[in-house]
Structure formats: structure tokens, C-alpha cells
Design a protein around this ligand. Structure first.
Ligand code: S3P
Length: 423
């Protein structure tokens, strides 16, 4: 499906953003291995979350829709059943990496895979530590790629110094550690998003957090609970950016998750001069939530690097677009992880920004953008990546004339209903 986007005069209004993808997928997985019912409201409806639900159904978990909630009938740590077919995560990296941690500790054998993109994404980052815990996992390309064949085993605790700040790696090991004897320790170079730590504690588990290090004891049972999923800040980021770069705009985004491990986007945009105000700050089931008010702003380029990167990793495509219409130079570096996302996001962003006429340079681990550019409408690729389709739809609002986003349906992976909200 091609989407035609025209330059916009203004973006105004109050909107509600679908439930956070990271928290939704965790609620589905944690709820399935908890004891008793987990009642989830505002669960995201994107393709990745539907994939997670489908995988847990393959493992014998039942889900019930009641009023506005989804009830998961938890099976406990050892209640999942052997799947009769290959588990298919679709496009969801979070699902394959977290669920592999769970499957490593089961009493059965299973095979897990996903779409073309998933089969090309690196899995050694989880198979290595899981194997150190005693897991038996075989995969393509020297155990680096899905399909992964997992023979469930009793695991043992490890101390793991992770070479990368990745919440998917950390959460995969955390889930496996529930099936391990002893106390597992995970040390990260920088702090990655901590939704798993928060949800585990909320469901009655014990995780000791000390800066970038966590420890977690094996055998802990989780208790099903009520969970409200806040709006996804990574999805809100598209509307925040849109309001900033389209003149005469003002929007209020209600009930958005503002966990400090995710708010790099707000900090970076504020450093660039953005008018963004957090209101009505509160905590809902251990996650900070706020309403976010955004007004059109004059922005300037900055450097984004180091420990900011994991806090803003999913927002770099949209940030690059904002930078392209901001005054001066923006340097994004230390972001080599972008090359192993749903697509190579450095290449995708540079290709599309060049087509829009922006002054942009590709680095091995980042992008340099010189602004301000007067963007000109063009035909752009989605590269099979939801965040590229979403980000460049927003760029189209600022570009002269018409922009066409090819294969725009990829947006549904994280943000179904995006185009209805936009138009
Ligand atoms: C996620 C962690 C991040 C992020 C991804 C979701 C998660 O990936 O990019 O969209 O839910 O844990 P990495 O762990 O690979 O950094």
C-alpha cells in the first residue's frame, strides 16, 4: 500500500497513543508464566504484540477478552505445553529473544523462528549467555540465526558481563534465570530499558538493581496482577516530532509511558530547543506515566552519543528527520546497533533523507546531518521497517509538495491506526 502525504499547515488536538510495545510483550510473556490471572488493559494491538500472543497460545496459554481487557490465564513457570508446530514470532525481535530465555528452561524441545528480517538478525547475543547457563540451543550460521532449536534444560545461574546495552538480551537472561539454580547477575555497559525489572517486581518477584547491574534469584514464582499498559513513547515520538516541525502546531498526548530509560527522546529534543512539557506525572503499576504537551519550535542541531544512545535507540530515525530541518549540525554516533534492527536503519534513514534533498552523511555507527534543509516531497521506501514508514510519513508533513511512502502497511507492526490519527 502506498500512502500519499502532503505538506501540513498545522497539527493540533489531544490524542491517545496505543499501548507500549515493550511493556505489552512483557505483560503477555510474564503473565503466561505467572500463577493466576493477569488482567491487561490498553494492551497494544500492533503486529508484534499479536505475534507474541499467538506464540504463547502455541504454548498452551489461554487468553480471554472481557470488556476492555485481556485476561491471561497464567500457567506458572512449568505449565507451558510442548508446541505441536514451529513457534513463529513474525517480525518481533523482542518476542524471539525473550521467549527463547523461557523456552531454554522448559521440560520440552521447541523450535522458534520468524520472518525474513528476524532470520537475519543476530541471536548469538542471547544464545551465548543462555548456553553459558547450560541451555541447549542450535541455530543457523553457527547458532547466530533463527530458526533456533531449543532443548529445554534445568539451567544454572551465571554472572554475565554483557558487551552491549540491550534490554532484549538482559530480559532473555532474566527470564532464563527463573529456571536456574542460584543467583544470576547481569552487568551492562550502559543501562538499557528496565521494564522487565519493574514488571517482575510488580508481579511479586525480587530483582536487586544497582546502577547498570542486576541480580535475580532462580525459582521465583510470579503472581498474576492487573496491568495498565501506558501509551508507547516510541510511537508518541512521531506526533511529538510532527508538532515540533510543522508550524502552528500544539498537541497533547495523554497517558504516555515516561520511564527514564526511555525518555532520551524528550531530553534530546529539549536540548535542541523543543517546547515539550510533561504534565500529570504519576506511577501506574510501577511505570511512570504522564501527559505530554508539545508546541512548534525553532530547533538547533546537537551531538547524540554514548549512554544517551540506548535511551533513544528506537527514535533515531525520527530524530534524524527533526535534525534535518533544525539549524546547524547534528552528529549521531555510537549507534552501530541501528544496523541490526528490523532493517539497517542508518542506511534507510540516509537513503530517504537524501531523496528528500537533505544534506546527510553516513558514518559506520551513525549519521551526520547539516541543517536546516528545505525538504522536497519524494517517493520513499519503508525498507520493511515500521519505524522507517512512520518516521518518513512525518517528514512528508514538512516537505514541499507530495511524499509517497511505499509499503506503508509496515506501520501496523507497532502503530496500527497511525494514518487515521494523522489525517
Ligand atoms: C526492546 C529493546 C531494544 C529496542 C526494541 C525493543 C525491548 O532492543 O530497540 O525495539 O522491548 O526490550 P535491544 O535490546 O536490541 O537494544
Amino acid at each position: 500500500m502506498n500512502k500519499l502525504i502532503k505538506k501540513s499547515e498545522s497539527i493540533r488536538g489531544e490524542i491517545s497513543i496505543p499501548g507500549d510495545k515493550s511493556i505489552s510483550i512483557r505483560s503477555v510473556i510474564f503473565g503466561s508464566i505467572a500463577e493466576g490471572d493477569t488482567i491487561i488493559t490498553h494492551l497494544g494491538t500492533g503486529g508484534d504484540i499479536q505475534s507474541a500472543v499467538r506464540c504463547l497460545k502455541q504454548l498452551g496459554v489461554s487468553f480471554e477478552e472481557k470488556n476492555d481487557s485481556i485476561i491471561i490465564h497464567g500457567k506458572g513457570l512449568y505449565g507451558l505445553s510442548k508446541p505441536s508446530t514451529v513457534i513463529d514470532v513474525g517480525n518481533s525481535g523482542t518476542t524471539i529473544r525473550l521467549l527463547t530465555g523461557v523456552l531454554a528452561g522448559q521440560k520440552f524441545k521447541s523450535t522458534i523462528t520468524g520472518d525474513n528480517s528476524i532470520q537475519n538478525r543476530p541471536m548469538k547475543r542471547i544464545t551465548n549467555p543462555l548456553k553459558l547457563m547450560g541451555a541447549e540451543i542450535k541455530g543457523e550460521s553457527d547458532d547466530n540465526c533463527a530458526p533456533l532449536i531449543i532443548v529445554g534444560k534445568k539451567l544454572t545461574a551465571i554472572k554475565y558481563v554483557s558487551p552491549i546495552a540491550s534490554a532484549q538480551v538482559k530480559s532473555s537472561i532474566m527470564l532464563a534465570s527463573l529456571y536456574a539454580d542460584g543467583i544470576t547477575q547481569i552487568l551492562e555497559p550502559y543501562k538499557s530499558r528496565d521494564h522487565s525489572e519493574r514488571m517482575l517486581a510488580y508481579m511479586g518477584g525480587n530483582v536487586a538493581v544497582n546502577g547498570n547491574n542486576i541480580s535475580i534469584e532462580g525459582g521465583q514464582k510470579l503472581k498474576g496482577r492487573e496491568i495498565f499498559i501506558p501509551g508507547d513513547l516510541s510511537s508518541a515520538a512521531f506526533f511529538i516530532a510532527g508538532a515540533l516541525i510543522v508550524d502552528n502546531s500544539e498537541i497533547l498526548l495523554k497517558d504516555v509511558g515516561v520511564n527514564p530509560t526511555r525518555t532520551g527522546i524528550i531530553d534530546v529534543l529539549k536540548r535542541m530547543g523543543a517546547n515539550i512539557y510533561m504534565q500529570n506525572m504519576r506511577e501506574i503499576n510501577n511505570e511512570p506515566v504522564a501527559d505530554i504537551l508539545v508546541k512548534s519550535s525553532e530547533l538547533k542541531g546537537i551531538e547524540i552519543s554514548g549512554e544517551t544512545i540506548p535511551r533513544v535507540i528506537d527514535e533515531i530515525p525520527i530524530l534524524s528527520i527533526v535534525a534535518s530541518v533544525s539549524e546547524g549540525e547534528t552528529i549521531i554516533k555510537d549507534a552501530g546497533e541501528l544496523r541490526v534492527k528490523e532493517t539497517d536503519r542508518i542506511k534507510a534513514v540516509v537513503t530517504n533523507l537524501k531523496r528528500l534533498g537533505a544534506d546527510v552523511k553516513e558514518l559506520s555507527d551513525g549519521i551526520i546531518i547539516n541543517g536546516p534543509n528545505k525538504l522536497k516531497g519524494a517517493e520513499l521506501e519503508s525498507f520493511g521497517d515500521h519505524r522507517i514508514a512512520l518516521a518518513f510519513s512525518i517528514a512528508g508533513l514538512n516537505a514541499e509538495g507530495s511524499t509517497i511512502i511505499k509499503d506503508a502497511e509496515w506501520a501496523d507492526i507497532s502503530f496500527p491506526g497511525f494514518f487515521d490519527l494523522l489525517f
